[in-house]
Design a protein around this ligand. Structure first.
Ligand code: ATP
Ligand code: ATP
Ligand code: MG
Ligand code: MG
Ligand code: MG
Ligand code: MG
Ligand code: MG
Length: 273
């Protein structure tokens, strides 16, 4: 590397450090997706293809960055973390666009981009509350959107009239509009719309017909390994490497379930260990 007189500019890169031993949430949000979704005619209120594409990009990010979920708290650089995750997400989103929207090519200036931010939460409960906050938001938005678009699409109302009628209503009012006027039981709406999508590593047992490893180590030792890792902050480098390998091999799954109640977390203790 040349030692030129210009090199001093590197010093302008200020440290941008996240607190260690915390839960780091990187939130990704489509930039200007109101316009973007109009441009590519997303179905309202929920375009399943667009959600599946988002989920697919998230799965690919999880696969590509095995540290996600556990090594966040060890990461140090805010910028590196956010930019890596957001750009990887965007790359996969664009790569898979044609699979989910065949015959609808992306055209500038209507290209998908995302903003990203890292927020640090010091306790598991803060993190759980964050996740709960998002899922409650999903429910409230989806109930509103489902009612609004049903009134417009099935009830023939104008956007303005539907909006006016919904102003000041509570959940039970919306459920009643859906049921009494349109025969729709909100409870029967697809889980993906009502609950959103949670993406996590599943350390599964062997596939059916697959002969288990006679030594019985690898997959099965994962939970122990993760627990051990959490308990022993100074776990050795080789242990961390082993864990990373297991994480890389794990299946990444997409679920549409309640993440507010304890059950989800209790059944999958490795996620927050
Ligand atoms: P800005 O983009 O100007 O920084 P913002 O993204 O925080 O602001 P909005 O874009 O108006 O604010 O918020 C859109 C939605 O995102 C709102 O429903 C809000 O509840 C939610 N939201 C805001 N901040 C966060 C966050 N840190 N994590 C998750 N959701 C958030
Ligand atoms: P910002 O850049 O501030 O985030 P935004 O236009 O992306 O602005 P958001 O509050 O993030 O605003 O809202 C995203 C919008 O994208 C939704 O209001 C909705 O209109 C649209 N949208 C996103 N995903 C879908 C989907 N799967 N189906 C239908 N519409 C969607
Ligand atoms: Mg948004
Ligand atoms: Mg925003
Ligand atoms: Mg957005
Ligand atoms: Mg905003
Ligand atoms: Mg580099």
């Amino acid at each position: 590397m040349a030692n030129s007189k210009f090199e001093y500019v590197k010093q302008f890169e200020q440290p941008d450090v996240l607190l260690p031993n915390t839960w780091i949430v990187v939130r990704i949000d489509g930039r200007g997706f109101h316009r973007f979704s109009d441009r590519y005619c997303f179905q309202k209120p929920n375009d399943r293809r667009a959600l599946d594409l988002m989920n697919n990009a998230a799965v690919e990010v999880m696969k590509e960055l095995p540290d996600l979920n556990i090594a966040y708290g060890v990461s140090d650089e805010y910028r590196k973390l956010v930019t890596t995750i957001v750009s990887t997400f965007t790359a996969h989103y664009i790569f898979k666009w044609d699979t989910y929207f065949p015959g609808t090519p992306l055209e500038p200036p209507y290209l998908p981009s995302f903003d990203g931010r890292a927020v640090v939460y010091p306790t598991i409960w803060n993190l759980r509350d964050y996740m709960s906050w998002r899922q409650v938001d999903c429910h409230i938005n989806n109930l509103y959107n489902t009612t609004f678009w049903t009134m417009v699409q099935k009830g023939g109302m104008s956007n303005t009239d539907a909006e006016l009628e919904l102003k000041g209503t509570v959940s039970s009012d919306k459920n009643e509009i859906l049921f009494k006027r349109f025969g729709i039981n909100y409870n029967n709406e697809p889980e993906i719309y009502k609950k959103g999508s949670v993406v996590y590593r599943q350390y599964q047992l062997e596939e059916p017909g697959h002969r288990p490893d006679p030594s019985g180590t690898q997959e099965r030792s994962l939970e122990e390994a993760e627990t051990g890792f959490a308990q022993d902050a100074k776990s050795s480098k080789t242990q961390q490497e082993k864990l990373r390998k297991l994480r890389r091999k794990a299946q990444v799954v997409v679920d549409h379930v309640d993440i507010i109640k304890d059950e989800f977390w209790e059944r999958r203790p490795w996620i927050l260990s």
